[in-house]
Write a protein that binds this ligand. Structure first.
Ligand SMILES: NC(=O)c1ccc[n+]([C@@H]2O[C@H](COP(=O)([O-])OP(=O)(O)OC[C@H]3O[C@@H](n4cnc5c(N)ncnc54)[C@H](O)[C@@H]3O)[C@@H](O)[C@H]2O)c1
Length: 400
């Protein structure tokens, strides 16, 4: 099929490269000219395991074009446009910032091609889309929704083998077109109305951080009760109704999606009419965890009379260079505010602000080396060497 992808971020680029590798013709548009120039020069703009292999393949690359201006797109023969722009949280209003979507929808609303299937992949409540449609004079019922569930770090695998494909829409021929696009995927396709499609996305992104917060609260409880964290979590997770998967304590959770989606899910309802205390307190639980981790690091550091703290892993989780809402940065700032000598090391992100591996390996004196998430074998063996050479102390949130 002939496809347009609006936004070449994590979702847009992975989806478009995946679709191109399956034989579709894909035009990418991004207003960020530097990103488009890099992509045209076969340079990826972020790290995502396995993406380079597909992106650089000649057959895939010839199926793709990259433009930075809407006027460069020949819309006549296009069949589906996926809108994949960012939907961050607007801190002032504590609700989703729709300006990127507004601008993308405004552009596609003037396209003269009534068969074009306009599909929203960005995470956005339908009531916000309705407002934008009313502003630009677009019929909301003509839109389709195809929320995205990929996880940074395993996004390529998630594209080819999703757990499910969700399509929301009221126009059956447009919904069918999307089903045709995905017909060779093994995953079950759930077709539903626009609101349900977005609630599936928002509630999944509410349950997951809630589960992470539960494990973190369990870890704090075990720690204060003097139990053994490994044994307790193993024993709890062995209940088949609970499971061990996604059940690992962390310094706190973060990323470009969970924090803003949990904020937004609390805007779906009127809290004077509906009382959802669990959902309403997930963010608060995570804030407490961030402070708790910083305090824990500070007390270990002081108790053991160490020379400073090194946080290992700057991004919000392993296998990504995405720094958006990274708990490491929050913990780093908390520790600096307490005048603790603190540094960050990351093996994917090179920055003058972080320790280089050479400086890390030359560390002088005993430090508290805190893993923010599991690291690869070779880095772990380097860290173990540093620990034994300097009498440092290794901290991991999952082995308190
Ligand atoms: N990152 C994830 O892991 C993930 C997973 C599932 C769903 N989502 C959702 O998908 C959406 C996109 O997320 P992302 O992380 O890929 O975003 P991103 O910030 O990585 O990329 C968005 C891209 O859109 C471009 N853009 C903005 N306005 C534009 C416009 N009017 N026209 C053309 N390009 C424009 C930006 O320059 C940027 O390159 C969000 O709604 C997010 O919540 C993200």
């Amino acid at each position: 099929m002939n496809i347009v992808i609006i936004g070449t971020g994590y979702v847009g680029l992975v989806t478009g490269v995946g679709l191109a590798s399956l034989g579709n013709k894909v035009t990418f548009i991004d207003l960020d000219e530097e990103k488009i120039s890099n992509l045209n020069n076969k340079k990826l703009t972020f790290y995502e395991p396995g993406l380079d292999k597909y992106f650089e393949e000649d057959e895939t690359f010839t199926n793709m074009e990259f433009v930075s201006s809407y006027s460069d797109i020949d819309w006549k023969d296009k069949e589906i446009v996926f809108i994949c722009v960012q939907t961050p949280n607007n801190i002032e209003t504590n609700s989703v910032d729709t300006k990127f979507l507004e601008s993308a929808i405004t552009e596609v609303s003037s396209v003269q091609n009534e068969n074009l299937v306009i599909t929203i992949k960005s995470t956005i409540p339908p009531y916000e889309i309705e407002k934008i449609c009313n502003q630009v004079g677009l019929d909301m019922d003509s839109l389709t929704f195809n929320p995205e569930f990929l996880r940074e770090g395993t996004a390529v695998e998630d594209f080819f083998k999703p757990d499910r494909i969700v399509i929301g829409g009221n126009d059956s021929s447009k919904v069918q077109k999307l089903k045709d696009l995905y017909s060779n995927f093994e995953a079950e396709i759930i077709t539903t109305d626009p609101i349900s499609s977005q609630l599936i996305k928002y509630l999944a992104n509410t349950y997951l951080p809630m589960r992470l917060s539960f494990v973190n609260e369990a870890a704090r409880l075990v720690k204060s009760s003097g139990g053994n964290l490994d044994d307790v979590l193993k024993g709890v997770g062995m209940d088949s109704r609970i499971g061990q998967h996604y059940f690992r304590p962390s310094p706190a959770w973060g990323g470009s999606c969970f924090p803003k989606d949990v904020v937004e899910v609390n805007n779906f309802y009127n809290s004077e009419e509906v009382n959802l205390p669990l959902i309403a307190n997930i963010i608060e639980s995570n804030k407490i965890q961030t402070k708790w981790t910083a305090n824990m690091l500070k007390s270990i550091h002081n108790e053991k009379k160490l020379n400073g703290i090194v946080l290992v892993g700057a991004a919000f989780k392993e296998d990504t260079d995405d720094l958006r809402n990274s708990p490491t940065i929050d913990i780093y700032n908390e520790l600096l505010a307490e005048n603790m000598s603190t540094m960050i090391y990351d093996d994917l992100i090179k920055s003058e602000e972080y320790l280089s591996i050479e400086d890390f390996e030359k560390l002088e004196g005993a430090h508290l080396i805190a893993l923010m998430y599991p690291v690869k074998e070779d880095l772990l063996s380097k860290i173990n060497n540093i620990v034994s050479n300097t009498n440092s102390f290794l901290y991991t949130p999952w082995q308190l």
